[in-house]
Design a protein around this ligand. Structure first.
Ligand SMILES: NC(=O)c1ccc[n+]([C@@H]2O[C@H](COP(=O)([O-])OP(=O)(O)OC[C@H]3O[C@@H](n4cnc5c(N)ncnc54)[C@H](OP(=O)(O)O)[C@@H]3O)[C@@H](O)[C@H]2O)c1
Length: 287
């Protein structure tokens, strides 16, 4: 297969490596040049535009920031006969819009956001939550299995359904981060020792987040980014806006915590900065 891969961010690069390793021809593109070095050294070609990357390809994979970035490149990419796999987290409404746009140009579109971060992307063990027409599923799986754990590559339903579930998943991530930050703020105010508190929380409801982010919290340095606070804010905003008839108060509070963390200067850092910002900077403000 000849595969175009668009978007060489933290997730895109390791995912694209799997395309090469499987022996497919790979053409890559990134908005900002200079990200393709390792892939080109491993045998990929670099295209100057999204359209050039997709020309002559059997499939195109998008791994961009969010719906706006997909909207910026998809019209140039979609063309007759192309299978488009969109790994970007974009929400269900945008996925359906992009599905229609692709179809109008004779292309097939599958939304396939991923669960897991840079390490599973590198290992090829991501979860994949896909929305696809049944008739496209067999072909889509050939690509999705390159970076996904076969047991966790799932077709949730039609186009848009994978993106809907992905927002539900990341709602949890964001609420846990904000909740843990506030729990640590509260613990500090109550005069409790941070390490003892984390030892106990690690065994309870916050266990997942504490285990993943304890090292960064101990350092108080969130620049070793895996999933950025900017991506979290994007996903929580998509979640809040995805439901018209429900007021998602808790999700909105988590979104505002992420936005306050960005405003405080943590843009580009790991989303664990939300925990640190609420716990420590909240504490500083209270003195
Ligand atoms: N990181 C994670 O742990 C993780 C886990 C699961 C899902 N995801 C999702 O996977 C996607 C990629 O995540 P990531 O961590 O790889 O993000 P990232 O490192 O921030 O990379 C974002 C990519 O999008 C490109 N981009 C941004 N705006 C664009 C625009 N307007 N037009 C064209 N390209 C644009 C960037 O290009 P430039 O280099 O030019 O900025 C870059 O290649 C996101 O949707 C994210 O929510 C991430």
């Amino acid at each position: 297969m000849r595969v175009a891969f668009l978007g060489l961010g933290r997730m895109g690069v390791p995912m694209a490596q799997h395309v090469l390793k499987a022996g497919h021809e790979l053409v890559v593109w990134n908005r900002t040049p200079g990200k393709a070095g390792d892939l080109v050294a491993a045998g990929a070609q670099e295209a100057k535009t999204p359209g050039d990357a997709a020309a002559g390809a059997d499939a195109a994979v998008l791994m961009l920031f969010g719906p706006e970035s997909v909207r910026a490149v998809l019209p140039e990419v979609a063309r007759d006969g192309l299978l488009i796999i969109d790994g970007t987290t974009i929400g269900p409404e945008a996925a359906r819009e992009f599905g229609r746009l692709a179809k109008s140009k004779g292309a097939r579109y599958v939304d396939a956001p991923v669960a897991g971060s840079v390490e599973p992307a590198t290992a090829g063990t991501l979860g994949v939550l896909a929305g696809a027409d049944e008739s496209d599923w067999a072909d889509a799986q050939q690509l999705l299995h390159l970076w996904g754990d076969p047991e966790r590559v799932r077709r949730i339903g039609p186009v848009g359904s994978g993106s809907a579930l992905k927002l539900v998943v990341n709602q949890g991530l964001g609420v846990l981060a904000a909740g843990l930050g506030e729990a640590l703020l509260m613990a500090g105010q109550l005069g409790l020792d941070r390490e003892v508190v984390l030892d106990v929380l690690e065994q309870g409801a916050y266990g997942f987040t504490v285990k993943q982010k304890r090292e960064l919290l101990a350092k108080g340095d969130f620049t070793a980014t895996r999933f950025s606070v900017d991506l979290l804010a994007k996903d929580l905003a998509l979640a809040v806006n995805a439901t018209r008839d429900a007021d998602l108060e808790v999700t909105s509070a988590a979104l505002s915590a992420a936005l306050r963390t960005i405003e405080a200067g943590h843009s580009g850092e790991d989303y664990a900065s939300v925990i640190g910002h609420l716990a420590d900077e909240g504490e500083a403000n209270s003195h």
